[in-house]
Design a protein around this ligand. Structure first.
Ligand code: GLN
Length: 485
């Protein structure tokens, strides 16, 4: 089977039956990376040696019959996850030399299962962006057309999965950073409910919004990887202590009789006709599967982007205060005192988008403006959350586009931050509401670029959302399409 089609579920069987070995699969992924990464620029750091060590250990475990789901599966990690002994830059010059002394909880959970970590993946600097263009490591390219962006901020994670460099990857999603690149690269991406997955050891952008989630080739893989990373962690006080369901067990339960809401505010004028057509066709697929599609309203949707860019930047300005040249990363100092050192370090270390957001956030939090901006945005956030909770009194799930257009060209929106921010108009609300949402492939535009369908579930309703995603995937074959490189 082509390396482009390998899945966790398929490989797990092959590995456990010893028809292939973890070392052999890892070698195939590494060869694929060698052959494609010049074109794609997906990896910020590779760790081939430790990957082969992981694989060798996995093979021992497999032959002892002690394998877990992920034993021997080659995975990639967004460069935002702390990895012990492995450089973690978060896409920034300021962390160019940062080597963590511990693993993030999610990384620890993957390692406990015996997964093979292949390397660290490109991303927008500090996860701020929708195109991967703000990365200090340079843009990473869309495998369907390398003149186009892969989406962001988890662009490298989506590209690595779409291009067959790894079997699956982890990303983070603060305003759409898993779902939007997954949509743009034709793969599956899931943002769990806030609190479902530990954020311990994940470099913070906006702490009340950040969540970790899987990017995979199939819905089943997404269920398996989510189950591996989900659950309470005493090291993250926002992780919720409630049992993790067996997501895979209930995948086949179908959508007959389910009520799926179509929020009218998401089917707006700026929506690209090809995206609209693909989403309309998906609605018909669900109707054919026995679901009931009903119109709903999320009346405060219009305020989401403004609300997000106040809250996210405010939290970022506070989180990024720690990069001062003292404890973490690179220090720049050409003389002067302590304040000069801070100034030189931060001026040289942060890129333009990160600086813009630190300034916006600092302003929104400053005395005299706090009530007018930050506090007001928090109140609007509550209204947005209430819109979702009200909608979920009537329906089981919501169905929307992931992004207004397919992947745009590299450079197209770099001079216009507002246009860039608007590419997250359909993904941001679920983060503000704290609920779960995912992206699944649902078609292509005329240029052959993938289009994503978004399903939004109830808080902690990942199980029901994955069932609906699986039903769609079985009824269509978009998820089997792969880019040629
Ligand atoms: N694109 C959005 C932003 O720039 C979302 C990023 C994210 O989810 N990390 O903030």
């Amino acid at each position: 089977m082509s390396v482009l089609q390998l899945t966790i579920s398929g490989l797990r069987e092959e590995l456990q039956a010893q028809r292939t070995s973890a070392v052999a699969v890892t070698r195939r992924c590494i060869e694929r990376i060698d052959n494609t990464d010049d074109q794609l620029n997906t990896f910020v750091s590779r760790c081939d040696d430790s990957a082969f060590q992981d694989a060798t250990a996995a093979d021992v475990r497999l032959s002892a019959g002690k394998a877990a789901t992920l034993t021997g599966i080659p995975l990639g990690l967004k460069d935002i996850f702390s990895t012990k002994g492995l450089r973690t830059t978060c896409g920034s010059k300021i962390l160019a030399n940062y080597v963590p002394v511990y693993d993030a909880t999610v990384v620890e959970r993957l390692r406990e299962q015996g997964a093979v970590i292949v390397g660290k993946l490109n991303m927008d600097e500090f996860a701020m962006g929708s195109s991967n263009e703000s990365s200090a490591a340079g843009v990473c390219r869309n495998p369907w057309d390398t003149n186009h962006v892969p989406g962001g901020s988890s662009g490298g994670s989506a590209v690595a999965v779409a291009a067959g460099q790894v079997v699956a990857a982890l990303g983070t999603d603060t305003g759409g950073s898993i779902r939007q690149p997954a949509a743009h690269c034709g793969v599956v991406g899931l943002k769990p409910t806030y609190g479902r997955v530990s954020r311990y050891g994940v470099i913070a952008y906006a702490s009340s919004l950040d969540q970790v989630g899987p990017i995979t080739r199939t819905v089943e893989d997404c269920a398996l990887l989510l189950e591996a990373i989900a659950g309470y962690d005493p090291c993250d006080s926002t992780s919720v202590d409630c049992p993790v369901p067996d997501y895979q067990a209930s995948l086949r339960d179908g959508v007959a009789g389910k009520k799926i809401g179509l929020p009218q505010e998401y089917f707006i004028a700026g929506l690209d006709p090809a995206v609209k057509a693909a989403v309309d066709a998906a609605v018909e697929v669900y109707r054919g599967l026995g679901a009931e599609l009903v119109p709903v309203s999320l009346p405060h949707t219009d305020y989401s982007v403004a609300c997000y860019y106040l809250i996210a930047t405010a939290e970022a300005s506070s989180n990024l205060a720690r990069y001062d040249g003292v404890r973490f990363g690179v220090r720049h100092c050409t003389g002067g005192g302590l304040i000069d050192m801070y100034q030189q370090t931060r001026s040289a270390g942060f890129g333009a988008e990160v600086k813009r957001r630190i300034m916006l956030g600092t302003y929104a939090l400053s005395s005299g403006y706090y009530d007018a901006y930050y506090l007001k945005a928090q109140k609007v956030r509550t209204l947005i959350r209430q819109d979702f909770l009200k909608a979920f009194e009537q329906v089981d799930l919501l169905l929307t586009p992931v992004a207004p257009t397919a992947a745009f060209k590299i450079g197209e929106k770099m001079d216009d931050p507002l246009q860039m921010y608007l590419s997250d108009i359909f993904t941001i609300p679920a983060n503000l509401a704290g609920t779960c949402a995912m992206s699944i492939p649902c078609g292509f535009d005329a240029a052959g670029l993938p289009i994503g369908l978004q399903l939004i579930g109830k808080p902690f309703g990942e199980e029901e959302m994955l069932q609906a995603a699986w039903a769609f995937e079985q009824a269509t074959d978009w998820h089997t399409c792969r880019p040629t490189l």
